[in-house]
Design a protein around this ligand. Structure first.
Ligand SMILES: *[C@@H]1O[C@H](CO)[C@@H](O)[C@H](O)[C@H]1NC(C)=O
Length: 334
C-alpha cells in the first residue's frame, strides 16, 4: 500500500467520537457534590445555519422504522407551527417538551460559540434519504467502509451524512466499543458523518438500553441489580427497542456532530477521548437517574412506553440529557 493510503486513513480517523449508550459506574454515596466540570469550547468550528442532513439506510429497515427516524430528524428544527402541541381549554398536565426544545440546547452552544456565520442556529433540514437494502459492501463493514458509504451521500459542506446500519449488519467496533460514532473526513474540516447501528440483534443491553435490560458484562452484578429491581426495561415509544435505541444514539451523535464537528468545538476532558454535550450525563433521561435506572420519564398510559419528548406527527421519543451550556448541569426534559 502506498503511504498516501495510510495517511488518508489516518486523516479519516482523525476525528471520531464514539457513543456508548450507558456506562456502568460504581455506586457512590457522598454528601459533597462537586460542581460539574465545564463543557469547554476549544475555539474551532461548530455547524451552524442550515445543516442539511442525508440518511443512508444500509440493510433492511422497515418503512415504519425509516419513518420514525425521518420524523425525529424533521422534529429537530420544525418549520412553521407544527412543533408546539396545542393544549385546548382547561388546565391539565403540562404537555411534554418537544424534540425542538431539546435541540434548542444544542443551538445555545452554537450561539455561545459566537462565530456568527449562521445567526446562532443550527437548523436541521432532512435533505435526502437513500436505501442500500442489498448491502452493496456486504454485511461486515470496517469503519473506513462506513465512511465510504457516508461519502456516497454527497452532503453539502456544513451538512451531516448519516449512515444507519440494520440489525444484521456488523460494523467494526459496534457493541464492543461503540453504539455509533461521528467524525469528519479530514482533521479540522471536511465532510461530517454520523454512523449508528441498530443494536436489537447484536447488543440491545449495551446500545438499546433503557429499552432492553442492561448488559453488565458481569453476570453477578447484573443479577444483583435485577434482584433489587434496578433493571426494568422501559417499553420503546415507537414499539421497537432497535429503532428507538437508534434514535437515542442518533440524537446524542447529532448533538456532538454539530457542537464538535472537527474536534475543536465543545467537549470535556482530553481531545483524544472527548466527552461531548450528550456524553457527560450518561444514562440520564429523567429525574433521579442512577446507573441502571434512566430516571423518571413520562409513561404512555395505553402502551406503557417511556418517553420524554414529542415530535412530528405526535411521535414520542426518548432523548438523552444534555449538559446545560451555562451551568453545566444535566438538562432533563420534563
Ligand atoms: C441550569 O440552567 C437551567 C436553564 O438553562 C435551569 O433549568 C437549571 O435549573 C439550572 N441548574 C442548576 C443546577 O442551576
Amino acid at each position: 500500500m502506498p503511504r498516501s493510503h495510510h495517511l488518508l486513513a489516518a486523516a479519516v480517523a482523525a476525528v471520531v467520537v464514539v457513543v456508548m449508550g450507558w456506562s456502568a459506574r460504581p455506586c457512590e454515596a457522598s454528601l459533597y457534590q462537586p460542581p460539574p466540570p465545564a463543557m469547554a469550547y476549544h475555539d474551532g468550528a461548530v455547524l451552524e445555519g442550515a445543516v442539511p442532513v442525508s440518511v443512508l439506510y444500509y440493510g433492511a429497515f422497515p418503512p415504519h422504522h425509516r419513518a420514525v427516524v425521518a420524523d425525529f430528524l424533521m422534529s429537530l428544527s420544525p418549520r412553521g407551527r407544527d412543533h408546539q402541541p396545542h393544549t385546548f381549554g382547561a388546565p391539565g398536565p403540562a404537555p411534554p417538551p418537544t424534540v425542538a426544545r431539546w435541540w434548542g440546547t444544542v443551538e445555545r452552544y452554537v450561539r455561545k460559540a459566537g462565530r456568527g456565520g449562521g445567526a446562532g442556529v443550527a437548523r436541521v433540514v432532512l435533505a435526502s434519504q437513500v436505501d442500500d437494502e442489498g448491502c452493496s459492501l456486504g454485511r461486515r463493514l470496517s469503519r473506513a467502509q462506513v465512511e465510504r458509504l457516508a461519502a456516497r451521500l454527497g452532503v453539502a459542506p456544513g451538512g451531516v451524512a448519516v449512515v444507519l446500519t440494520a440489525a444484521d449488519v456488523a460494523v467494526e467496533g459496534f457493541c464492543s466499543s461503540a453504539c455509533g460514532a461521528h467524525g469528519s473526513s479530514a482533521p479540522g474540516g471536511g465532510a461530517v458523518h454520523v454512523w449508528v447501528g441498530d443494536a436489537s440483534a447484536q447488543c440491545p443491553g449495551r446500545c438499546a438500553w433503557p429499552f432492553h435490560a442492561a448488559d453488565y458484562g458481569d453476570a453477578d452484578a447484573g443479577r444483583h441489580r435485577r434482584a433489587h429491581g434496578h433493571d426494568v426495561a422501559l417499553r420503546a415509544p415507537n414499539g421497537d427497542a432497535g429503532v428507538d435505541g437508534v434514535v437515542i444514539n442518533l440524537a446524542a451523535l447529532m448533538a456532538g456532530a454539530v457542537t464538535n464537528p472537527y474536534g475543536r468545538g465543545y467537549f470535556q476532558g482530553d481531545a483524544a477521548a472527548p466527552v461531548e454535550v450528550a456524553g457527560a450525563c450518561p444514562g440520564v433521561y429523567g429525574r433521579g437517574a442512577y446507573p441502571g435506572y434512566p430516571g423518571a420519564v413520562r409513561v404512555d398510559a395505553a402502551t406503557g412506553a417511556g418517553y420524554n419528548v414529542v415530535g412530528r406527527n405526535g411521535r414520542r421519543y426518548l432523548v438523552p440529557a444534555l449538559v446545560d451550556p451555562d451551568n453545566y448541569s444535566c438538562l432533563i426534559m420534563t
